[in-house]
Design a binder for this molecule. Structure first.
Ligand code: G1P
Length: 296
């Protein structure tokens, strides 16, 4: 795989998670033992990404702090013989480079991605939304598979999709596949958060994308759409309308998407990660079982 850079937008305000997100980014909420954004980085590293370009914004400083090496904390843990806790900081030393730029105005996801243009405007890139984890404990190589497909088919855009229930199409970008949608399919069009009766399928954009640099030209010309925001979906549409080759790839059944953008899916993600935790999982599972029995 030749693409080694991912844009990770983390500038969204997280209003659906208030008050938890009043003074901390939603991407720093813990799911089990790690903050969401650490899973995103670990997943990308697993797929061969080496450079991470975060699009941050007001109040997102702690994301940058999280990926810094903390020499003082390391010294303290070493001095006090806390080797196990020290091992929890190993992610700081991954062979990755971090870059940060800020979206200075909240103009939407498309605009956030456009903020990366001066830095990566000439090369193909991955975009991975910082509030979505793919696969339990982020054990997914979906991005590597998408990049392979992007290269093999000389595509201009590859988007990951997940089936959602008919009522849920209103929350996502929805695919219009060309013909029957197998595991990999031709993407004819994409609609941002359609009404149920307007949705061309129930395949929802699952927070991972691969783009040729053409995307930036289209983003620049994209005017505010759904919710008054500059939508990434609309820029993809514009590419497809001009004959770009679009490919959709379904997540495998084992790599469901955990969306941390609202409480319902956040609770579900936390519970599932916690009951599957290699250390605390079995006790926690037993505790939940008892709780449920007591309440039934
Ligand atoms: C964004 C995208 C949408 C996508 C979703 C989840 O929406 O605009 O197309 O389906 O992320 O990946 P948001 O959750 O920011 O409203």
């Amino acid at each position: 795989m030749t693409i080694d850079i991912a844009i990770v937008p983390v500038a969204g305000v997280g209003t659906r998670l208030l008050p938890s997100t009043k003074s901390q980014p939603k991407e720093m909420l813990p799911v089990g033992r790690k903050p969401v954004v650490q899973y995103v980085v670990e997943e990308l590293a697993l797929s061969g990404i080496k450079r991470l370009l975060f699009i941050t914004g007001t109040g997102k400083q702690s994301i940058e702090d999280h990926f810094d090496t903390d020499a003082e904390l390391t010294r303290f843990l070493r001095k006090t013989g806390r080797e196990e806790q020290l091992a929890e900081l190993e992610f700081e030393h991954k062979d990755l480079e971090y870059f940060y730029t800020r979206q200075r105005e909240q103009l939407g996801l498309g605009h956030a991605v456009l903020c990366a243009r001066p830095l990566v405007g000439k090369e193909p890139v991955v975009v991975a939304l910082g509030d979505s984890i793919i696969g339990i404990h982020a054990k997914s190589n979906i991005v590597a598979r998408m990049v392979d497909e992007f290269e093999r088919t000389s595509a201009d855009v590859v988007v990951a999709f997940e089936e959602v229930s008919r009522e849920d199409v209103v929350h996502y970008g929805i695919a219009k596949p060309k013909g029957a949608a197998g595991e990999i399919f031709k993407l004819e069009d994409l609609i941002e958060k359609p009404a149920v009766h307007e949705a061309p399928s129930n395949l929802a954009v699952a927070a991972r994308y691969v783009f040729s640099p053409e995307i930036f030209k289209h983003l620049e010309q994209t005017t505010p759409g759904k919710g008054g925001e500059i939508q990434l979906t609309d820029a993809i549409r514009s590419m497809l309308a001009q004959g770009a080759r679009g490919v959709g790839m379904r997540l495998a059944p084992s790599e469901r998407r955990f969306d941390i953008g609202n409480f319902e899916s956040y609770f579900r993600a936390f519970a599932e990660f916690a009951i599957n935790d290699p250390i605390y999982g079995s006790n926690f599972r037993a505790h939940i079982k008892t709780l449920l029995e007591e309440q039934s």
